[in-house]
Write a protein that binds this ligand. Structure first.
Ligand code: BTN
Length: 257
């Protein structure tokens, strides 16, 4: 592993998320390292960014191939007392990333949130979010890891498994990773503020318009089993309302893999 260095940015000191930003050229996994050092090097709101991950983690314990050119970072949250409530913020993080991608491409129709963790451009995956928790006593430590395909290319295995796409393929140019990460951190802070002010409900209409395959059948994995659902809309508590076998059912972020 290369050295982890604290970097200075133009971002304001008042930010909660990204007050401290650390960078490493090559690391195993930003999620694993930030969670393992949650009581030492890193504190609440800290961000760890890597150029390359040698053992990037995806959902279902899959490998997340992390070649140079992608944006890979994790945010640490300490002392979360209500995990269910906090999931609303994780949905808003996905919304922030979607918004940033829309602005970068000037395409405001084709990015959707494949609830709860992925962002798709048309039918291809451009971003994956992995949330991992560590429970200590009453409080939870939580890491939100974000992988966005920006300038990177893909292995055959990736193409087979995820049908991925990178920003570079959409706008036909190589993008400035540092600029994108800073814009994203500003947006994520904006939505953190909205979450703290309990303004989640103000975004319901826009969140509903962002649902990938809304009103269409899609597979979810719950308790290791695959189920066919029709995503309909978000509920006030951040759950997703879906139609399953003709009935409306609520799914929470933690429930679906
Ligand atoms: C998925 O399977 O869709 C989630 C992928 C999450 C990848 C990111 S990259 C930064 C962070 N570090 C990791 O090891 N994984 C997450």
């Amino acid at each position: 592993m290369n050295t982890i260095e604290k970097i200075t940015t133009q971002l304001s000191d008042n930010l909660v998320i990204g007050k401290n930003i650390f960078h490493c050229k090559e690391i195993t996994s930003t999620n694993a390292i930030i969670l393992d050092n949650a009581d030492g090097l890193f504190s609440n709101g800290d961000i760890l960014i890597a150029d390359v991950q040698t053992s990037g983690i995806g959902r279902y314990d899959r490998k997340w191939n992390s070649e140079k050119g992608g944006l890979y970072f994790s945010i640490l949250f300490q002392q979360i007392d209500d995990l269910q409530k906090f999931y609303k913020f994780i949905i808003l993080i996905a919304f922030a990333i979607k918004e940033e991608l829309e602005e970068l491409t000037s395409d405001f129709n084709d990015f959707k949130i494949k609830w709860p963790n992925d962002i798709y451009y048309k039918d291809k995956k451009i971003c994956g979010i992995l949330t991992q928790t560590k429970i200590q006593g009453e409080k939870n430590k939580l890491v939100v890891g974000i992988g966005i395909n920006i300038n990177n290319t893909f292995s055959k295995e990736d193409i087979f498994r995820n049908t991925p796409i990178a920003l570079k393929e959409i706008i036909h140019k190589t993008n400035d990773l540092q600029n994108i990460s800073q814009q994203l951190i500003i947006k994520i802070n904006y939505y953190y503020d909205e979450y703290i002010k309990d303004n989640f409900n103000n975004y319901l209409i826009r969140l509903n318009q962002s649902i990938y395959k809304r009103n269409k059948k899609i597979k979810f994995t719950k308790d290791g089993k695959s189920i066919l659902v029709r995503p309909l809309e978000f509920a006030y508590n951040g759950c997703l309302i879906c139609e399953v076998n003709g009935k409306r059912k609520l799914f929470s972020v933690g429930e679906i893999e």
